[in-house]
Design a protein around this ligand. Structure first.
Ligand code: GUN
Length: 291
């Protein structure tokens, strides 16, 4: 069993990005600038946005963090997004999800200028992805492809089972695994909460992607010997032995599943750092496509 080390892989991609920024500086080109919007103070969202801003600093990108109270109206938030759309200093925009329930996430995502949609959530980005046209890939599935690439894992002809059908992970992941590209060309099954006899399907997976959002949902009975397991979940569970009172676990019961696998991503330090790489690579792409 080999661990797919997201932190180490991310470090090598961040080095490439840092070099790209240095070259741009030498040539007098624009430094990539990512703007993040955070509404409220959900601790997980705070942590994710904090990591994104810190990564910008590490690789030499400029960043702006706009914070708003949960009481902000949908219209005011849409106006803030419009302002960033029009701000020529800003190349990429991300709005951290989830948003408070009185704000339509679809309305906010649809307002982001497609050429600045570095999270790859806009219908134009997702449409281009489905059609195989160049655009921004959703950050988490993109990060997973980068991880498979770095470890030279060939998924062509393999059976990939994606558990979860969210717009930001499950749905785009299933499309990307099946497309005629590298990594790609897999046979894909997408499962969800209404799937009958889920274990009988996950046990057929050569590559199992768990994006359900439920702690330790995937148990050893659901995994085939030798499978490659990609765990997208980041769940907080109580842990009184920790100073914080919690620890992070994935959607996979790592301790019992890992011994069965050929490769597995840990949580933390697996997919999480790779999502940030996907976002940063998209931000560099945004500035390059403007030239
Ligand atoms: N919430 C959970 N994952 C993500 C992500 O990749 N981007 C944004 N903006 N919000 C998220």
């Amino acid at each position: 069993m080999q661990i797919l080390d997201g932190t180490a892989t991310a470090a090598s991609i961040k080095k490439e990005l840092r070099n790209a920024v240095d070259v741009r500086k030498e040539k007098g080109q624009k430094i990539p600038h990512l703007a993040a919007i955070l509404v409220g103070n959900n601790p997980a969202s705070e942590a994710y946005v904090g990591a994104k801003v810190r990564t910008c600093e590490e690789i030499g990108f400029e960043s702006t963090l706009l914070r708003f109270d949960t009481s902000i109206t949908e219209q005011d938030l849409l106006n803030e997004v419009q302002k960033l759309n029009q701000d020529t200093r800003v190349d990429g925009i991300l709005v951290q999800l989830p948003l408070p329930s009185h704000i339509s996430e679809d309305a906010v995502i649809n307002t982001i200028a497609p050429q600045k949609d570095v999270d790859g959530f806009h219908p134009i980005s997702q449409g281009k992805m489905i059609l195989g046209q160049k655009g921004f890939l959703p950050a988490t599935p993109y990060g997973i492809l980068l991880l498979l690439e770095k470890y030279q894992i060939d998924i062509s002809g393999k059976h990939c089972v994606v558990v979860g059908r969210s717009n930001i992970v499950g749905k785009p992941m299933s499309v990307l695994l099946a497309r005629n590209a590298h990594p790609g060309n897999a046979t894909v099954t997408i499962c969800h909460s209404k799937t009958a006899d889920l274990p009988s399907i996950t046990r057929q997976a050569d590559v199992l992607v768990a994006a359900i959002g439920r702690a330790k949902f995937i148990t050893k009975e659901m995994v085939k010997e030798g499978a490659i397991v990609i765990d997208v979940g980041i769940n907080r569970i109580e842990d009184s032995s920790r100073k914080s009172g919690y620890r992070l676990v994935g959607d996979v019961d790592f301790d019992e599943v890992a011994p069965l696998c050929s490769y597995i991503t840990p949580v933390p330090k697996g997919v999480g750092p790779m999502t940030i790489c996907g976002l940063m690579k998209n931000t560099l792409q945004a500035v390059e496509s403007n030239e």
